[in-house]
Design a protein around this ligand. Structure first.
Ligand code: PMP
Length: 307
């Protein structure tokens, strides 16, 4: 995980020193979780540095804002330019980019108040999110005692700051119990997703992933994996999955912008398949990372140049 942040950040329309991008302690979002954000990666490729699915991430950012009536004072083009700018100004060779918008300080501190909206875009270098070597070796996961929020409580499809109280409970419990990550069930008792990652289970050469109705964030990496698999003639099924399928699966992996494709080698202490990343997981990693190495053609126009 990044601990050294770069020198500059984009905040409310301007590039400024990282330390100067501050807000007031009475900011609405700090009290009520009223923020929305994105996590985006850029990669080095043979054609220069590329931002992965920038337009799709920003589209989700605007959709999340719409759910909470957060009126973004910038166009999608301006925010795309800000994403490129923070990479360039900090001379980052690869980046994890974090756009965030939130209800700030200045208005009445009430739930329905339209506090002034602040927007920032930070970027820094980020290695494997779930730890060094996990992409190769996989992680040990555990099913959380915390469930994801029910669909009629907090919308899982909006990437809002407040949602991540759930993610933090799941992730912190998992770390406390010695797991690399936690897997949550939905309020239905069926499988949902990881604390900050979507799930794929593999049975007999077919990829199975949980549906939007299982209180997941419909991940852009998940979507990319579904498309790459279909392009490669690998079947993908989106369906309800009961918990025990975690113990029956031949292979399991988690995916997300930060986690990329992280194999799961055990769940609740039970080995997944052979206990090592399986062939289809490795194949999906090869296709996914191939987009950046240049071995998987960018057929869908997912790569956006930084320069
Ligand atoms: N689920 C949750 C709860 C997440 O926070 C993330 C990370 N944004 C994902 C899934 C994966 O989404 P994406 O592939 O778009 O990063």
């Amino acid at each position: 995980m990044a601990t050294n942040y770069p020198a500059h950040i984009w905040h409310n329309g301007k590039i400024k020193p990282w330390a100067e991008a501050t807000t007031h302690v009475m900011a609405h979002a700090l009290h009520y979780g009223s923020s929305i954000f994105e996590g985006i990666r850029s990669y080095e490729t043979p054609k220069g540095q590329m931002i992965f699915r920038l337009g799709d991430h920003l589209k989700r950012f605007y959709n999340s804002a719409k759910v909470y009536d957060i009126k973004l004072p910038y166009t999608q083009e301006q925010l795309a330019a800000a994403c490129r700018e923070v990479i360039k100004v900090n001379k980052l060779p690869t980046a994890y980019i974090r756009p965030v918008a939130f209800r700030g300080a200045g208005g009445p501190l009430s739930l329905s108040a339209d506090a002034p909206i602040e927007v920032a875009v930070g970027a820094w270098m980020l290695g494997a999110y779930l730890g060094d070597g996990v992409l190769e070796q996989g992680i040990d996961a555990g099913v959380s005692t915390w469930q994801r929020f029910a669909p009629n409580t907090i919308p899982a499809g909006a990437k809002a700051g407040g949602n991540y109280l759930s993610g933090a409970l799941i992730a912190r419990e998992a770390r406390r119990l010695g797991y690399g990550e936690g897997i949550a069930l939905a309020s239905t008792g069926l499988l949902s997703e990881g604390a900050g990652e979507n799930l794929f289970l593999i049975f007999d050469g077919v990829l199975h992933t949980t549906p939007a109705s299982a209180s997941i964030l419909a991940g852009i990496t998940r979507h990319c994996i579904m498309i790459l698999a279909k392009d490669a003639g690998i079947e993908v099924v989106e369906r309800d999955l009961p918990r025990e399928t975690l113990y029956f699966a031949d292979e399991i992996f988690m995916c997300g912008t930060a986690a990329e494709i992280t194999p799961i080698r055990s769940v609740d202490g039970k080995p997944v398949g052979t206990g090592k990343p399986g062939p289809l997981t490795l194949r999906m990693q090869e296709l996914f990372f191939g987009l950046f190495k240049g071995t998987t053609p960018d057929k869908h126009g997912w790569l956006d140049p930084v320069a």
